[in-house]
Design a protein around this ligand. Sequence first.
Ligand SMILES: Cc1ncc(COP(=O)(O)O)c(C=O)c1O
Length: 384
Amino acid sequence: MIYPSTISSKLPNSGQSIFSIMSGLANEHGAINLSQGFPDFNPDKKLLSLVTEGMRKGFNQYAPMPGLLSLREVIAEKTEQLYNAVYKPDSEVTVVPGATYGIFAAISAVIREDDEVIVFEPAYDCYVPAIELNGGKPIRVELKFPDFRIDWSEVAKLITFRTKMIIINTPQNPTGSILGAEDMQQLMKLVNGSDIVILSDEVYEHIIFDSKKHESVALYPELAERSFIISSFGKTYHTTGWKMGYVLAPENLTKELRRVHQFLAFSTSSPMQYAYAEILKDPSTYMDLPAFYQEKRDYFANAVRGSRFEILPCYGSYFQLLKYDKITDERDEEYAKRLTIEHGIASIPISVFYRNKTDNNVLRFCFAKSNETLDKAAEVLCKI
Ligand SMILES: Cc1ncc(COP(=O)(O)O)c(C=O)c1O
């Protein structure tokens, strides 16, 4: 007998994540790994020495529950500069151990049994489990292939008295699509007069291309007043392994978020908060990011242009989608595995981001890699 014998999984449908599977396969077969979304280069040396400086200065014990005030202040300044929105550091900015955590805490703070949450698919994989663990019901809406736009009239039909939250993500993972001003207008119309909360995942706010403007909900007071905005330092400073981010929200939402946060992690790494508070004082450290990643996007796209893969548009994030229907009609999961094992290049199949495993024969490649890695990857792809 195994005890406790009555335990039944609260997440029966989630097995090993595709990221672990593909990275595992990549390691096993010595493949170039463009599957998981993280840079293969190091952060700015200055940021590294700032962490040490923080440790030497004694930032080694629990930070205040909402985050170091110096960091919250500089986050508020940055938000005001960029989006003309005022968030009070003491009651509307919370530093958290990563965006995934911020998303989980925000969902836990407001979602109850049978609440409905609108989620756009293909969706980043942490939204649905967080909704389900809190007894909520994900209501999925597919983004329209091939440009992954939202059909707002379809969303409108799905709104009921149970709709508690809408989750948006711009720039979007895995598709690289972005929301435009017209999308924000539609969203505003949709939630106007309702109690719907918006969770806006903006972790790629500084990875947006072709001079496009990032449509933060912070730009729209009617949306901001009902929104959690989720940001990640990991994406902006090439430090995904440090797991740090922040949540912006009006006071009433922040109060509930912090009620969860104080019993989930309570606080976030002190020396790293010190370091980010210092580095954020130099806006070029995030304002130069679009150009940096645009160059990488173009470098990779130019290198695979001669291949049989079709390059889909990428407006933001560090993911390039490649369509392979001219090569094979295999399902994307099968083809991604075969590419790794037989050709030595790992990617992520897009169907895993849909509940129904919608398959458009598209794979996601992460281009947050050194040019040398991108060259090697492109050479392989061009030979297929
Ligand atoms: C859309 C999206 N949201 C959230 C996260 C999680 O960010 P963090 O590593 O800060 O938890 C990621 C990471 O890949 C992401 O792509």
